[in-house]
Design a protein around this ligand. Structure first.
Ligand SMILES: [Zn+2]
Ligand SMILES: [Zn+2]
Length: 1016
C-alpha cells in the first residue's frame, strides 16, 4: 500500500480547532488588510440597494454587559447578511453621552451625594469636563468589545450626542414642536426622584427594575363631616404624607354607599366593602343606618384635621369652595379599601386633573429635595416620605386613626438611584405628544416587529398617550433652547448656535459650547417689552437625545438616503425608551404619520444561568470583555442566537459555550480539514472539477444528489428564517445540516471511496470533492453572519487556498441562493426511507446483542412496494450502512425461513426488518477484525497521529490461537483500515519490546502497540 496522503501537508488549519488563536489571527488579518473598510467601500460603490441604519447608541456610563453582546451580535448578523446579499448598509456607530446616568456615574466618582453638594464643591465647567472624561473611558471598553466580538460597525463614523452639531439638530426638532404648539411649559404632576433631584419620564417609571417591594404604612383614618355630631368619611391610604396636601375627597357617583353605626360613631363607606372591611378591622358590632348613592354625597364638607399645623390649608378653603369637600369621580376604586379616596392634587396625577378641571388650586409645598417648604407649616424642612410617621401620630392624637399596619407592596423606585419615587406637581416642559397620538399610532402600525408579543407591548405603551416631560433639572445634557423674558414672560425657541450668537446681548468669549454653564450666560433682548430674556434652566431628557438620532446623526443628503432605517434592534425595555422617542420625534419633525424605521426587533434581555436578573448585588454580572478572553466570539455569538428566540429572555450560562456550541463549530472545522487533506492529495481544482463537470462525467451518485438537494432546501429556509429574525430556528437547521447530513451521514457514506488512490477512480473522487466543496463552501458563507471568524478562516484556509481568485474576504462573497436544478424531492424521500430502515436495523441489532461493527450475512426488508422500490435505488448504501452482506425485499409476505430461524427483527409502521443473527467463522473473523481496528484507530488518535499518517507497524498481542486463526484472512483488509504498512498478530507481548497499550475486548484483554512517524 502506498501512502495516500502527503505527510507534510501545509494547511494553515491546525490539527485542533483552537478558536481563540484563530480569532486573534483573523482579527489581525482584517485590520492589516482593512477588510471592514473595503467591504463597506465595495458595497457603497456597487450595490443593489441601500438599507438605512441608525445605531441605537449605548450610554457611555458603564461597561458593556453580556446582554449588549447579544444585541450587537444580532445587529452584526443583519449587517453581514444584507451586505452579502448586495446591499449597502451605513453600519455606523453612535454613542449616548449625556444625561442623568452619566452624571450619576461622575457624582459617584467624585464622591458627592446629590446635585446641590456637587454644585457647592465643584464648578459646572469642571463637572462637564469630568463627564467628558468618563464617557471616553467607557468608550474604550465598548470599542474593545466590538472589536473582540467581530462587529463590523464603523467606529470612525460614530455620532456623539454631546457634539454641538448634534444638539443643534435636536433644537430644530424642538423648534418644529414649538411651531406646532406641541412644546409647552406647565405645572404638572411628575414622578420625581429626590435622590437624583430630577423628574423622570413616564417611560422611565416603567423600566423593568424600577418596581421594588417596599414597606409602607397601610392606614385607615377618618375625616369628620363638618357640622355633624359624629359622622365620618372612612378613608384608606399608604402614603400618609399626602394628607398634608389633601384638598378634596372623592367617591364614585354610581356606587351605593352606606352610613354605618360603629360604637358611638357613624362611618361613611361604599356598601360592597362593608362586610369584608369590618372583618378586616375586627369590628363585630355594626349596623347600617342609611344607604345612599355616591352622587348624593357630593358637596359634603369635611374637617381638614391639620389646619392648626398647616395654616396655608385654611387659606386654601377660602380660595375655593370645593376645598375639603366630597367630589364625584369615576376613577374611584370601589373594589378595594373604602370607596372614599382623599385627593392631593400636588401629589397625584388623577388628583391633579380632578383639581385642574374644577379650578381648585394645586398645593405642592416642596423644594428640590422633596422636603416641605414653609407652606408645609409644622412639617417644613422634612422630606415628604419622612413625614409619614408624624402624620400617623397626629391622626392618633386627634382620635382619627382607625388602624395602621405595615404593608409590603410593589412600589416604583428610581431606576438609577432606587429612591422611592414621589409624585409632585412641578414646573416642567412638555412635548404634548398626547395631541399627536393618532399619528404616532398610525406610524407605529406601519412597522414590522416580527413577533406579535413585542408589537402588542409596544402598541399598548403608545396607547397610554401621555405627554412627554422632556425637562430635567440637571447639568450634563443638551440644554432646553427656550429663553423667557423676566418682565413679560414671552418665550423664544432657538434652533442653532448661529441664531443664538446673533441674538446674544453679549457675545460669549473664549470657550463656548452648547452646554451649561456657557449657554446660561447668554441673554437676549425681549422683542415684546425690551426686557431681558434668560434661558429656562433645564436640560433635555436623555431619551430626547437618542430619539433625535435619525435626523441628528446624518447630514441632509444622507438623511434622505438612510431614513427611514431598514432594520433596528434593541432590548425589549426600549419599547418605552428609544423605540418610543425615535417615533415621537420623527412624527413631530415630519408632521406625518411615518415611522423612522421600517422594522424593529425587540430582544429579550439576558439573565444568569439560573434565570435571575444580572445585578451587581447578586454578583452575577458577566463582563463580555472578560468572557471573550476565555471563550471565543464565534461561540458567544452562536450560543446567544441559537439558544432561544431573540425575543425570549436568555439564561446565559458560559459553561454551555464549551459544549454543544463548541461541538458544532469544531465539527464544521474538522469537516473542512478532512476535505482539504483529501482534495489536496488528489490535486483537486474546484474551478475545473465543478459539480457541472461531475454531472457530465456521470460521476454523481444519488448520495450526492441527496446531499445537494437537502442543501438547497436548507439555504432557502435558513435565509427566510434569518430574514424573519427566527435566528434560533435558522441556526437549528444549519447545525443539523453540519452535524447530521454532512458529518454523520454523507461523509461516512463516501469515506471508503476516498481511501484509495487508484487512478481509475480519480474522477469519482473528484465528484465527491466537488460535492463536499460546494456544500462546505456554502455552509461557510451561511455561517458568516453568525460566526464571522470561523467563516473567514475557512474562506482563507480552504476556499481561497484552492482558488486564489476568490474575493479577499468572505464578506465580499455573494449570499448563497438555492439552485433549482439541484433539487430532487424524490431522492430526498428515498433517502428518508433509507435512514428510517437503517435505524430499524440498528434497533434489531441492539435487541439481539449484535454489535454494529459485526458484519452479518443477511437482511430482509418487508414493506410496501413503494418502500422497497425506493430502497432498491439505494441498496448499495443500505448494505454498507447496515453492515450486512446482502439484502432482500419482500412486498407480499414475510419469508418463512426468517421466522423459522428466529432472525432478529424490528418494525415501525408498515416496515419490518429481519436480520440473520447467525455468524459463521468468516463473519466472526470479520467482526473481530472490526472490533480491533476500532481500538487501533482510537489509539492512533490518542497518541496524536493524524488521520493521514501511515503507520510503520501495528502489533496486537495476547490473542488466543482461535482469534488469530479467525483473523488471519482479514490481515490485509485491516492494514488498509488502520493505515499501517504492517500488521502483526501475536500470542504474547514478549515477542517484541515495544510500548504496549491495554485494551478491553468484550471479556478479554488485548494489548496493542503502534509505531510510525507523525506528520507534525
Ligand atoms: Zn434617582
Ligand atoms: Zn418681555
Amino acid at each position: 500500500m502506498t501512502a495516500k496522503f502527503k505527510t507534510d501537508s501545509e494547511t494553515n488549519l491546525t490539527a485542533d480547532y483552537r478558536p481563540l488563536e484563530l480569532e486573534q489571527e483573523i482579527r489581525r488579518f482584517w485590520e492589516k488588510n482593512r477588510i471592514q473598510q473595503k467591504v463597506a467601500e465595495a458595497r457603497e460603490k456597487k450595490n443593489k440597494g441601500i438599507l438605512g441604519y441608525v445605531e441605537g447608541p449605548p450610554t457611555l456610563n458603564g461597561i458593556p454587559h453580556v446582554g449588549h453582546a447579544r444585541g450587537r451580535a444580532m445587529k452584526d448578523l443583519r449587517y453581514r447578511l444584507k451586505t452579502m446579499q448586495g446591499y449597502f448598509v451605513p453600519f455606523w456607530a453612535g454613542w449616548d453621552c449625556q444625561g442623568l446616568p452619566v452624571e450619576l456615574e461622575v457624582e459617584k466618582q467624585m464622591g458627592v451625594k446629590n446635585k446641590r453638594e456637587l454644585l457647592q464643591r465643584v464648578s459646572e465647567e469642571r463637572f462637564v469636563e469630568e463627564c467628558k472624561k468618563t464617557i471616553m473611558k467607557y468608550h474604550k471598553q465598548w470599542v474593545e468589545l466590538d472589536s473582540k466580538l467581530g462587529v463590523f460597525i464603523d467606529q470612525a463614523k460614530a455620532y456623539w450626542t454631546f457634539h454641538d452639531a448634534y444638539i443643534e439638530k435636536e433644537w430644530q426638532i424642538l423648534k418644529r414642536a414649538w411651531d406646532q404648539g406641541l412644546l409647552e411649559e406647565g405645572h404638572y404632576v411628575v414622578a420625581y426622584c429626590p435622590g437624583c433631584q430630577t423628574s423622570l419620564s413616564n417611560a422611565e417609571i416603567g423600566f423593568e427594575d424600577s418596581y421594588q417591594v417596599v414597606e409602607d404604612p397601610s392606614l385607615y383614618f377618618k375625616f369628620k363631616v363638618a357640622d355633624s355630631r359624629n359622622e365620618y368619611l372612612l378613608v384608606w391610604t399608604t402614603m400618609p404624607f399626602t394628607l398634608i396636601t389633601d384638598t378634596m375627597a372623592a367617591v364614585r357617583p354610581d356606587a351605593d354607599y352606606v352610613k354605618v353605626q360603629v360604637g358611638n360613631e357613624v362611618w361613611i363607606l361604599v356598601k360592597q366593602r362593608l362586610e369584608p372591611l369590618m372583618k378586616e378591622l375586627a369590628i363585630e358590632k355594626f349596623k347600617i343606618v342609611q344607604t345612599l348613592d355616591g352622587k348624593s354625597l357630593e358637596g359634603t364638607r369635611y374637617e381638614f384635621p391639620f389646619k392648626d399645623m398647616v395654616p396655608r390649608q385654611a387659606e386654601l378653603e377660602k380660595s375655593s369652595p370645593l376645598v375639603h369637600t366630597v367630589i364625584c369621580e369615576d376613577f374611584v376604586d370601589v373594589e378595594t379599601a373604602t370607596g372614599v379616596v382623599h385627593l392631593s392634587p400636588g401629589n397625584g396625577e388623577e388628583d391633579f386633573f380632578a383639581a385642574m378641571k374644577r379650578g381648585v388650586p394645586i398645593f405642592a409645598p416642596f423644594d428640590d429635595e422633596a422636603k416641605f417648604t414653609v407652606e408645609g407649616g409644622k412639617f417644613c424642612g422634612v422630606f415628604a416620605r419622612d413625614t409619614d410617621k408624624m402624620v400617623v401620630e397626629e391622626l392618633r392624637n386627634r382620635g382619627l386613626l382607625v388602624e395602621v399596619r405595615p404593608v409590603r407592596h410593589e412600589y416604583p423606585t428610581c431606576w438609577r438611584s432606587h429612591h422611592k419615587i414621589i409624585w409632585v406637581a412641578r414646573k416642567e416642559y412638555f412635548l404634548r405628544t398626547d395631541k399627536i397620538n393618532a399619528r404616532v399610532l398610525e406610524a407605529a402600525e406601519k412597522v414590522e416587529y416580527f413577533f406579535d408579543e413585542t408589537k402588542n407591548r409596544f402598541m399598548s405603551f403608545l396607547r397610554e398617550r401621555k405627554p412627554w416631560c422632556i425637562s430635567r433639572e440637571r447639568v450634563w445634557g443638551a440644554p432646553l433652547p427656550v429663553w423667557k423674558c423676566r418682565e413679560c414672560g414671552a418665550k423664544t425657541v432657538v434652533s442653532s448656535k448661529k441664531e443664538l450668537l446673533e441674538k446674544a446681548l453679549e457675545k460669549p468669549s473664549g470657550d463656548f459650547e452648547l452646554h451649561k454653564p456657557w449657554v446660561d450666560r447668554v441673554t437676549f433682548k425681549c422683542e415684546k417689552c425690551g426686557g431681558t430674556m434668560f434661558r429656562e434652566d433645564f436640560v433635555l431628557d436623555t431619551w430626547h437625545n437618542s430619539g433625535a438620532s435619525p435626523y441628528a446623526r446624518f447630514i441632509a443628503d444622507d438623511y434622505a438616503k438612510y431614513v427611514p432605517a431598514d432594520f433596528l434592534t434593541e432590548g425589549v425595555d426600549q419599547t418605552r425608551g428609544w423605540a418610543n422617542s425615535l417615533l415621537l420625534e420623527h412624527v413631530i419633525l415630519t408632521g406625518r404619520p411615518e415611522p423612522p424605521y421600517k422594522a424593529f426587533l425587540f430582544q429579550g434581555l439576558v439573565q444568569d444561568a439560573k434565570g435571575r436578573k444580572m445585578s451587581k448585588s447578586l454578583g452575577n454580572v458577566i463582563d463580555p470583555n472578560r468572557l471573550l478572553e476565555k471563550y471565543s466570539a464565534d461561540a458567544t455569538r452562536f450560543y446567544s442566537l441559537r439558544k432561544c428566540s431573540p425575543i425570549d429572555f436568555i439564561n446565559f450560562d458560559p459553561n454551555e459555550l464549551g459544549r454543544r456550541t463548541y461541538h458544532v463549530l469544531s465539527t464544521l472545522y474538522h469537516l473542512n480539514r478532512f476535505f482539504l487533506q483529501n482534495a489536496e492529495f488528489d490535486n483537486f481544482d474546484p474551478r475545473k472539477h465543478t459539480l457541472e463537470w461531475a454531472r457530465k462525467a456521470k460521476q454523481v451518485k444519488n448520495v450526492e444528489s441527496w446531499l445537494l438537494s437537502k442543501l438547497q432546501g436548507m439555504i432557502e429556509t435558513y435565509t427566510s428564517r434569518l430574514e424573519k429574525c427566527e435566528f434560533n430556528g435558522a441556526l437549528a437547521l444549519l447545525e443539523d445540516f453540519v452535524i447530521e447530513s454532512l458529518s454523520r451521514l454523507y461523509v461516512p457514506m463516501v469515506r471508503k471511496e476516498l481511501w484509495t488512490d487508484e487512478p481509475q477512480t480519480l474522477d469519482r473522487r473528484f465528484a465527491v470533492y466537488a460535492t463536499l466543496h460546494h456544500a462546505l463552501w456554502t455552509v461557510t458563507l451561511l455561517f458568516n453572519p453568525v460566526t464571522p471568524y470561523l467563516s473567514e478562516a475557512l474562506h482563507q484556509g480552504v476556499s481561497r487556498r484552492l482558488d486564489p481568485t476568490l474575493p479577499e474576504s468572505v464578506n465580499l462573497e455573494d449570499w448563497p441562493t438555492p439552485e433549482a436544478d439541484l433539487r430532487d424531492k424524490v431522492v430526498e424521500e428515498d433517502f428518508e426511507t433509507l435512514f428510517k430502515c437503517v435505524s430499524l436495523v440498528y434497533a434489531a441489532r441492539q435487541s439481539a446483542g449484535l454489535k454494529r461493527r459485526w458484519p452479518l450475512s443477511g437482511l430482509v426488508i418487508v414493506g410496501p412496494k413503494e418502500v422497497c422500490n425506493a430502497l432498491r435505488t439505494v441498496s448499495e448504501l443500505l448494505i454498507e450502512l447496515t453492515n450486512v452482506q446482502a439484502v432482500e425485499y419482500a412486498t407480499e409476505k414475510t419469508p418463512q425461513r426468517v421466522l423459522d430461524e428466529k432472525w432478529a427483527t424490528a418494525s415501525e409502521g408498515d416496515i419490518q426488518v429481519f436480520l440473520n443473527p447467525h455468524r459463521d467463522e468468516k463473519l466472526l473473523g470479520a467482526g473481530l477484525m472490526r472490533d480491533l481496528a476500532r481500538r487501533v484507530q482510537a489509539l492512533r488518535k490518542e497518541l496524536g497521529y493524524m488521520p493521514t499518517d501511515v503507520l510503520e507497524a501495528v502489533r496486537i498481542a495476547e490473542l488466543d490461537d482461535e482469534s488469530i486463526r479467525l483473523l488471519e484472512p482479514y490481515v490485509s483488509e485491516m492494514k488498509n483500515l488502520v493505515r499501517s504498512k504492517e500488521l502483526l498478530l501475536q500470542v504474547s507481548r514478549n515477542e517484541a519490546s515495544v510500548e504496549w497499550h491495554e485494551s478491553q475486548l468484550d471479556e478479554k484483554k488485548v494489548s496493542i502497540a503502534i509505531s510510525g512517524k507523525k506528520a507534525i
